[in-house]
Design a protein around this ligand. Structure first.
Ligand SMILES: [Zn+2]
Length: 231
């Protein structure tokens, strides 16, 4: 789920194996699995139904969906009048500025890591940017933006346009905050590394290498860079 829906803050799920039910919880800091409950001896059919109800009827924000981003499904694609043509979703910054998500350019495959996702976005004026979304540890929280500030103004180097902590209910979002809401209380665990949710807006937004139609086209582009630079 985190691979297919990397814009989720966390994932909650249940599994049943050999009549044993377990609750599973994943976020970018790690995974927690409950002790097993025997679905016949420890739980009646009512509790089992309540478990199913938890997954199917609860507010989607309680299932880990982030209110600052929306990715369209087949039912709602094209129904958002304020988005750019052919947008696949939207994202809001901390000042309620909305960006149309045009494409997911790249997403990481690891579960318990930065969970980086890169989007191609456009603002309401039609300007195109690359937006990087990631979960970083406290010591790396400003690392990338500090480097980007240092290289600001160098020609042909990607430019930092904006960056922000993603807020959830008025506070910067982090995995420690998510866990505290769910009363998991393992923050004293030395294995636990808190991760903060960050977004970085960059310009320009290039074409993914995978979009080149052939190796020859790709190599010709690199050749042109070298020739162009040598002049
Ligand atoms: Zn939609």
């Amino acid at each position: 789920m985190l691979r297919e829906q990397p814009w989720r803050r966390f994932v909650v799920g249940f599994s049943i194996c050999a009549n044993q039910l377990r609750a599973h919880y994943f976020d970018r800091s790690g995974l927690i699995i409950s002790h097993p409950f025997h679905i016949h001896q420890n739980m009646g059919p009512v509790l089992l139904t309540e478990m199913l109800g938890t997954l199917t009827l609860s507010d989607i924000h309680h299932l880990g969906f982030d209110p600052t981003i929306h990715m369209c499904n087949t039912a709602c694609t094209g129904t958002h009048p304020n988005l750019a043509h052919e947008a696949k979703g939207w994202m809001k910054d901390n000042h309620d500025k909305t960006y149309s998500i045009m494409e997911v350019l790249w997403k990481s495959h690891g579960l318990f890591c930065r969970g980086t996702v890169c989007y191609c976005v456009v603002d309401e004026a039609g300007n195109q940017y690359a937006l990087k979304d990631c979960w970083v540890t406290e010591e790396k929280r400003m690392h990338e933006t500090t480097i980007l500030e240092m290289v600001k103004g160098i020609p042909n180097v990607v430019q930092l346009v904006d960056h922000w902590d993603v807020y959830y209910e008025g506070e910067p979002d982090s995995t420690a905050r998510i866990c505290s809401q769910y009363d998991i209380g393992h923050r004293d665990d030395l294995m636990f590394r808190n991760r903060f949710h960050r977004r970085i807006l960059l310009s320009p937004c290039g074409e993914p290498l995978s979009k080149f139609s052939s190796r020859r086209e790709l190599l010709t582009a690199f050749h042109a860079f070298v020739v162009g630079e040598s002049y």
